[in-house]
Design a protein around this ligand. Structure first.
Ligand code: HEM
Length: 96
């Protein structure tokens, strides 16, 4: 139940992210810095974020029957988002 609730939260954040994709990337940055900060406070590490990334891509590919080109686009978006997450974790670790 807890995992299910979290999965819905994750999907909601991705939905919000896709909504702001047409605008400049500062809104995307804002969304993901917020998520990273709340997870940093819960001691969630990069390793766990990486594991979730793999799961998200696997589930998306299967559930939406993504073709290679679509997978490539999602990987690009995920990499962009994960750059924000990991940069934010680094800054928080350095007490910035
Ligand atoms: C794509 C990455 C992730 C997204 C978008 C995401 C999203 C969220 C959101 C929106 C919340 C509730 C609001 C908040 O506190 O920020 C939350 C809570 C939480 N997340 Fe994540 N999360 C992600 C990754 C992870 C990972 C990797 C873990 C640990 C394995 C994790 C564990 C938790 C826990 C323990 C909570 C608090 C309990 C709950 O609200 O379900 N999250 N997450």
């Amino acid at each position: 139940m807890v995992i299910k609730a979290h999965a819905s939260r994750v999907i909601k954040v991705f939905d919000d992210s896709v909504q702001v994709l047409d605008d400049d990337s500062s809104q995307l940055e804002e969304i993901w810095v917020k998520v990273t900060q709340s997870h940093f406070n819960r001691q969630i590490e990069k390793q766990s974020f990486n594991e979730l990334k793999e799961v998200i891509l696997e589930v998306l590919t299967a559930a939406c029957s993504l073709n290679d080109q679509q997978i490539e686009i999602w990987v690009k978006l995920m990499d962009f988002i994960y750059d924000i997450i990991f940069r934010t974790i680094d800054e928080l670790e350095q007490g910035a």
